[in-house]
Design a protein around this ligand. Structure first.
Ligand code: LLP
Length: 425
């Protein structure tokens, strides 16, 4: 990650903590999150978008300490379940700075949102309008946004592109369902429409798709103003901002994104004779990915006629991204300096399927051996939050590091934790 420091003995420090000593103390696999790095990213967003509402997408990774750091850095939250919302509120996060998402919100999600006083509910279907309104106490109004399909998709994999017509999220502009939902919400006294939302995909490095999506939302906003005389005060462009995942790669340029979005927003509103809306954003990955490192211990090295397998004590259970999306994972040896030439190996996990490959054909020193530590950077987003207990390997712990001090934030999931749910009958 940005803050990882290589030392002369081959160790890597994250937030000032050597990974070898962290692995010794907490065991492996281990996730390490650099607190200052998360705060620095939050401040970069606040600096680039001083007037916008920046809502961290909790699905990327969530724990109570993180929620408090983000609150202190003036970042809001985007949640997509009662579970995420309740954890955030339990950590002391103000519910009115939280947005609730979901294409299929359960009765529990909606009830929890209303009970805790969630700031905004992002409506993803027409059926949700009456369901939500029925839960709002008499005399009160719940703020909502309508999620629109902008017809623009981008991102690192088909599975995360969410802006085109043929996928499950949002309401279409082309078949009129977005317009219909807007009319319904405006006619529902217990709901207050504050704006329009879209989310086009994930790991997007270009600014252009965001400009195109913003144009779509502003177009609909102008038509709503014309038709109903209602000027919506917010537009939400979702998340998706890319980070560099490999050496030489570039993440999205926040300053450029901010400057061009602002310029077009101002121009478009001037042309329509409307006041400018407040911009909302929902970055997930971009706030945490590069602050995280996963640390594994090598358990086995196997040379076959076809390749060399280096097997570690984690795998698709804690990082499903390579198996799901072919996502990159760039391992490095930690804790000793090897003079052996690098050779190509397949970094695999310990789960019982051949697809449990963290990184195919990656260079690691030829003398890599059981007991060595391997770290994979850019591990802070969509790894632990998507982890499973497949094969009853419990999920890894997570520590935060800051100024040389580690703190255990999430303890290891032990076999006992997993067996407890099995009632044995
Ligand atoms: N807002 C909404 C409505 C979303 O659905 C998402 C992500 C975000 C914001 C945040 O997107 P981000 O800034 O993190 O790209 N598991 C996949 C990514 C799935 C993203 C789902 N939605 C991966 O590991 O690449």
């Amino acid at each position: 990650p940005d803050s990882a420091r290589l030392t002369a003995d081959g160790d890597v420090r994250v937030g000032g903590v050597p990974l070898t000593s962290a692995a010794e103390r907490y065991g492996t696999p281990l996730y390490v999150l650099d607190e200052d790095q998360v705060r620095a990213r939050a401040r970069a967003y606040r600096a680039a978008f001083p007037d916008a509402g920046v809502h961290y997408a909790a699905k990327a990774f969530l724990c109570r300490a993180l929620v408090r750091w983000l609150d202190e850095e003036d970042i809001g939250l985007d949640v997509c379940s009662a579970g995420e919302l309740e954890l955030a509120v339990a950590a002391g996060f103000p519910a009115d700075r939280v947005l609730l998402h979901g294409n299929a919100k359960s009765p529990r999600d909606l009830a929890s949102a209303l009970r805790l006083g969630v700031g905004r509910v992002v409506l993803d279907g027409v059926g949700e309008i009456t369901r939500l309104a029925a839960l709002v106490p008499p005399g009160e109004r719940q703020r909502v946004l309508v999620r629109v399909v902008p017809g623009i998709s981008a991102g690192h994999h088909d599975k995360v592109r969410t802006g085109d017509e043929d996928q499950k999220f949002g309401l279409s502009l082309t078949d009129g369902s977005a317009q219909h939902a807007v009319a319904r919400v405006l006619a529902t006294p217990r709901l207050e429409l504050t704006g329009l939302h879209c989310h086009i995909g994930s790991q997007i490095a270009e600014v252009k798709p965001y400009l195109a999506a913003q144009r779509r939302l502003l177009g609909l906003r102008a038509r709503i103003a014309e038709t109903y005389g209602v000027v919506l005060p917010e537009i939400d462009l979702g998340g998706g901002h890319a980070v560099a995942q490999r050496p030489g790669e570039r993440g999205i340029d926040l300053t450029d994104l901010a400057r061009r979005l602002r310029a077009e927003l101002a121009e478009s509103c001037r042309a329509a004779g409307l006041p400018e809306p407040r911009l909302l954003l929902e970055p997930g990955r971009a706030l945490v990915a590069r602050a995280g490192v996963a640390v594994y211990r090598v358990l086995a090295v196997k040379r076959t006629a076809h390749r060399v397998f280096v097997a570690v004590d984690g795998g698709m259970g804690d990082n499903p991204r390579p198996a799901l999306y072919g996502a990159p994972c760039v391992p490095r040896l930690v804790g000793r300096v090897s003079t052996a030439a690098p050779h190509r190996v397949d970094l695999v996990g310990r789960h019982c399927e051949a697809g449990d490959v963290l990184a195919p054909a990656v260079p690691l020193p030829a003398d890599i051996r059981p007991g060595d530590l391997v770290a994979t950077p850019v591990a802070g987003a969509y790894q632990l939050s998507m982890a499973s207990a497949y094969n009853l390997h419990g999920r890894p712990p997570l520590i935060a590091t800051r100024e040389g001090t580690p703190r255990l934030l999430i303890r290891r999931e032990e076999p006992d934790d997993l067996w407890l749910r099995d009632l044995g009958g």
